[in-house]
Design a protein around this ligand. Structure first.
Ligand SMILES: *Cc1c(COP(=O)(O)O)cnc(C)c1O
Length: 436
């Protein structure tokens, strides 16, 4: 196993971090447990590139897990943060920056008639579920297997091997009693969803869905899936909660679900809308949102919610997201996907397939299409690990897990892709070795 891709400084820093931080990291996806080896420590980044503490440079295809749509340290965002910081870091009281960002979001996502800011995507989704329950007076929610909606107790559930109604905690420390109210059905499976509603129609408050699943690689919704899901939910009086923490403002200037044939009652956002700072937001129809305190009886609060720096960064980010940039991003992403597919074939590194929706790429070492969690589980993890490490040694930073999304940023150009070709070729060759 070739796992020595981190430089000596990274390795030393990791040993030191491990002595005080659990596993040396603050989020398990940053550890290299899925690919082996030790994580690279970064010193900085600019545009399409990241610089590590050993002086090596990488093409950044992680983009802070999708947050950095404009690339690293975009000038307009950094300037907005600097200007805002000089006037005070936090007030715990209203500032105009909050409604200024909210107005920008609502003009792009009209379904969000009212919204509220929080500090992470986890908080947004957890709070939106509470609101859906408070609004409908119903206890249960439906999610799809392989969908990730943050780490709140009730949403860390996956389906057992039994019927869709038997969900199991995905983590120790989550009581079975809590995930009993989370029903899990396979992604892209309207029949299973319908069956679930037929059994539990009066109890289901909401269906949670990633309009494009981005946490089991990239899995697009099957034609008609989002529309059908909405029909089923509404027939039984349940809300549709579109978790757009990844897709919001990434696939277009707004929410993805409406351009994919669906309609949301509640939308959650995060990642891109914070311009690289911690943020989350949830919103929807006014009559639903007005169930939140202080107007209603669903409680949700946050000391640092609507944080001035995140608001300023988010507004500066959204102001940069013009239509022409999305068009260019689409071309770059398509170019990267085509090049990767042909290199994989030329280097004999097959089976390999890319599932791409806009700037979200799922790189799968598997032969069949990935349509749900069961097919995502069939990817060859060993081949991805070898591909990942060889790419890293060649100066390309990919997500350190075969089931995460590869993100293209607006800072990446065709020239950057050209420059990465030799590294990708070596990575595809490395992926072959020792594979069955
Ligand atoms: C990242 C993510 C979350 C959680 O957001 P955090 O800011 O990490 O808490 C929720 N939903 C989806 C779809 C995500 O990708």
């Amino acid at each position: 196993m070739t796992i020595g891709s981190a430089g000596p400084r990274s390795r030393a820093l990791f040993r030191r971090a491990e002595r005080v931080l659990v596993g040396g990291v603050d989020s398990p996806v940053r550890s290299f447990t899925a690919v082996g080896g030790t994580p690279v420590f970064f010193a900085g980044g600019r545009g399409a590139y990241l610089d590590d503490v050993d002086g090596r440079r990488y093409l950044d295809l992680v983009g802070s897990w999708g947050a950095n749509l404009l690339g690293n340290a975009p000038r307009a965002v950094v300037e907005a943060v600097r200007r805002t910081a000089l006037r005070g870091l936090s007030f715990g009281a209203p500032s105009p920056l909050e409604h200024e960002l909210a107005e920008r979001i609502r003009s792009a996502i009209p379904e969000m008639e009212r919204l509220r800011f929080v500090s992470s995507g986890t908080e947004a989704t957890m709070s939106a579920v509470r609101l859906a329950r408070g609004f409908t007076g119903r206890p249960k929610v439906v999610k799809f297997a392989g969908g990730y909606h943050g780490h709140s107790d009730g949403l860390l559930a996956s389906a057992g091997s039994g019927p869709a109604t038997a969900s199991l905690p995905d983590s120790a420390g989550v009581p079975v009693g809590i995930v009993r109210d989370t029903l899990v059905v396979p992604y892209n499976d309207l029949d299973a969803l319908t069956a679930c509603f037929e059994r539990r129609s009066e109890e289901i408050a909401a269906v949670l869905v990633e309009p494009v699943a981005g946490n089991m690689g990239v899995v697009p919704p099957a034609p008609g899936f989002l529309r059908g899901l909405g029909r089923v939910a509404r027939r039984y009086g349940a809300l549709v909660l579109a978790d757009e923490v990844i897709t919001g403002f990434r696939l277009r200037r707004g929410a993805a679900i409406s351009s994919l044939g669906g309609r949301a009652d509640l939308v959650t956002l995060g990642k891109v809308i914070g311009g690289g700072l911690p943020i989350g937001a949830y919103g929807g129809r006014r009559e639903i949102l007005e169930h939140l305190a202080p107007l209603g009886d669903v409680y949700q609060a946050g000391t640092l919610s609507g944080h001035p720096l995140a608001m300023a960064a988010g507004a500066a980010m959204l102001d940069e997201l013009r239509a022409a940039r999305y068009l260019r991003l689409e071309r770059t992403s398509q170019e990267l996907a085509h090049r990767l597919e042909s290199m994989a074939t030329e280097e004999g590194a097959t089976p390999f397939r890319i599932q791409r929706v806009g700037s979200m790429l799922g790189l799968f070492f598997t032969d069949g299409p990935v349509t749900d969690e069961a097919s995502a589980r069939r990817v060859d993890r060993g081949r991805y690990a070898r591909f990942f490490h060889a790419a890293l040694r060649g100066g390309v930073a990919l997500p350190p897990s075969p089931l995460e999304t590869t993100f293209v940023s607006m800072a990446i150009t065709a020239r950057d892709i050209n420059r990465a070709v030799p590294a990708f070729r070596r990575a595809f060759r490395a992926s072959r070795k020792g594979s069955a």
